[in-house]
Design a protein around this ligand. Structure first.
Ligand SMILES: Cc1cc2nc3c(=O)[nH]c(=O)nc-3n(C[C@H](O)[C@H](O)[C@H](O)COP(=O)(O)OP(=O)(O)OC[C@H]3O[C@@H](n4cnc5c(N)ncnc54)[C@H](O)[C@@H]3O)c2cc1C
Ligand SMILES: NC(=O)c1ccc[n+]([C@@H]2O[C@H](COP(=O)([O-])OP(=O)(O)OC[C@H]3O[C@@H](n4cnc5c(N)ncnc54)[C@H](OP(=O)(O)O)[C@@H]3O)[C@@H](O)[C@H]2O)c1
Length: 490
């Protein structure tokens, strides 16, 4: 047993973040209890026939937009026979296997909702947390004390619909993508999909096969990346390589921009971003350009006004519309945390390294999952969980509170420089930079220079091959070098 034997951890949520946090706690000798308000694991991947308010939701046809090789946990690969980009039902099965393999289910209390998490008293030295839990079956609540808390409540459950002139007077039907399940009810209709994120791309492409016509409205445009790039390799296996991360940002952008635009000229399709290429300008979609090409789908600029039966756009055009899908993203909050514990301003969470609220010492509470990127999210969540557990175990020393607060302010300013005041990007990180930064603190960075001297084949694989999650199991705590050999990096 490790030195952490007996220390209790409350994990909130049993989605990907909660599962991997529970698993990492167990691996380090903590005693985790995971509370999940739903009746099963998986969070967003726990597909339901209808969506309910306050819960994450998926549409029936959703297929992963990151490859299985790059999206798996670092120590648990997908079954060989799974497709490269699995349907969501396969991802749920994968999570079931993970939970079974690491014996996680007996650590999870389903149908238990966390109502409040607060310090046991106001003292700076108090490190314990009082957690109020509601048993949703009986309605009873209990108050429990934990040594540590990991918050994993997700951030895709509170639909955001913009306030657009005339929407109240629109006589057609409108929904948010959160409530979209499939094309039924859209057959033969004139549909407008608002937004150009991944949800908008998938939904508009699907509807364009069933509706009379589909229009998509975008304010900023985007680049579309197909799942398979040159030689049929998944785009993330091509793009996420350590070697590239050494290139200056301007060169990286130019190379990627050229590559994406050489396949289809985005301007000709009306989807070109109206600003320089940054990490924001990307969705993964194989169909959208073709649906435009065959005339089932038309791009439109931003909306200026809704009328009773039509919509007006910035270019002066007007279209008769029967149904609207707002694929305009999500708001988020952590309702059970007090603002004295964590401040979130306009979707910017003041979290050191996107994990630790700087203001509450000693640091016994972490947030895993409040992060976004243009790459697989699952390995990021795993790395955040490893960071949190190493921190709780006393293996990571944090800088003084003031320094952590300034680091959050600096990040806020950097994001503002990159994205203006667009709050949608307030949790964005650069995948490789962020993974490597956390890995250095966790102690699991691959020792690239050492491999050059001792194992040149491994050195080349780590440097020039896809940065598969198993690269972060070559060294340090939870080391499993065979993981890279077994299942990854092909
Ligand atoms: C449509 C869609 C497709 C995606 N596709 C990909 C992809 O292809 N590849 C990829 O890497 N990522 C993808 N993602 C990102 C995805 O969100 C993450 O990969 C990951 O699943 C997020 O997991 P999570 O645990 O943080 O959140 P969630 O999955 O939202 O889980 C949060 C859990 O916390 C529970 N909970 C919340 N509040 C409480 C409470 N008070 N008490 C108890 N339980 C609570 C919820 O019920 C839920 O089960 C996609 C996201 C969306 C929306
Ligand atoms: N197949 C898959 O794996 C898959 C499918 C769907 C979603 N996802 C993931 O799920 C997450 C959520 O995706 P999402 O597409 O639902 O949301 P999102 O990424 O937040 O995109 C929201 C879209 O709405 C637009 N928008 C926001 N406010 C607007 C306004 N006021 N007026 C007009 N347009 C507005 C944004 O455009 P601007 O650029 O103009 O702000 C953006 O195009 C992402 O992480 C995504 O990668 C994955």
């Amino acid at each position: 047993m490790s030195e952490m034997s007996g220390k209790s951890v409350c994990v909130i949520g049993a989605g990907v973040a909660g599962l991997v946090s529970t698993k990492e706690c167990l691996a380090s000798g903590f005693e985790p209890t995971c509370y999940e308000k739903d009746n099963d694991i998986g969070g967003i991947w726990n597909y339901k026939e209808s969506s309910s308010q306050g819960d994450p939701s998926l549409y029936a046809s959703c297929v992963l937009n990151t490859s299985k090789t790059m999206t798996c946990f670092s120590d648990f690969s997908f079954p060989e026979e799974y497709p490269n980009f699995p349907h969501h039902s396969y991802f749920k099965k994968y999570l079931n296997m993970y939970a079974e393999h690491f014996e996680l289910r007996n650590r999870i209390k389903f149908k238990h909702k966390i109502l409040n998490v607060s310090k046991t008293n106001d003292s700076e030295t108090t490190s314990e947390w009082r957690v109020t839990v509601q048993n949703m079956a009986s309605g009873s609540t209990s108050s429990l004390i934990y040594d540590f808390v990991i918050v994993c409540n997700g951030h895709f459950y509170d639909p955001f619909i913009p306030d657009i002139k005339g929407l109240d007077s629109f006589e057609g039907e409108y929904i948010h993508s959160h409530g979209y399940k499939n094309f039924k009810g859209f057959e033969g209709k004139r549909v407008l999909v608002v937004g150009l994120g991944n949800s908008a791309g998938d939904i508009a492409s699907e509807l364009s096969r069933h509706a009379e016509h589909v229009f998509m409205s975008t304010r900023h445009g985007t680049y579309t990346v197909p799942r398979a790039l040159d030689n049929g390799l998944p785009f993330d296996m091509v793009g996420i390589r350590r070697l590239y991360s050494y290139l200056p940002e301007a060169i990286k952008r130019m190379v990627f921009y050229r590559q994406l635009n050489s396949r289809i000229n985005h301007s000709n399709y009306g989807i070109a971003p109206n600003h320089p290429f940054t990490m924001r300008d990307m969705i993964v979609n194989d169909e959208l350009p073709t649906r435009i090409l065959v005339g089932s789908l038309n791009m439109k600029p931003d909306i200026t006004q809704f009328k009773a039966k039509s919509v007006l756009f910035e270019d002066g055009s007007e279209e008769r519309i029967d149904k609207v899908v707002f694929a305009t993203g999500y708001e988020y909050s952590i309702p059970f945390l007090e603002t004295s514990t964590l401040t979130i301003e306009q979707r910017f969470p003041y979290l050191y390294k996107q994990i630790v609220p700087p203001g509450v010492g000693p640091h016994t509470l972490a947030v895993v999952g409040l992060v976004g990127t243009n790459a697989p999210v699952v390995p990021l969540l795993e790395m955040q969980a490893r960071y949190a557990v190493r921190l709780f175990g006393g293996h990571i020393t944090l800088p003084p509170q003031e320094q952590m607060k300034s680091s959050c302010e600096r990040r806020k300013q950097t994001l503002e420089k990159m994205f203006g005041r667009e709050i949608r990007f307030n949790i964005f990180v650069n995948y490789m930079d962020y993974m490597d930064d956390l890995a250095a603190d966790v102690g699991c960075s691959p020792k690239t220079c050492w491999y050059l001297a001792t194992n040149p084949r491994l050195w080349w694989k780590v440097l020039a091959g896809p940065v598969v999650p198993a690269q972060y199991r070559l060294e340090g705590p939870g080391k499993m070098p065979q993981s890279l050999r077994n299942n990854h990096g092909r």
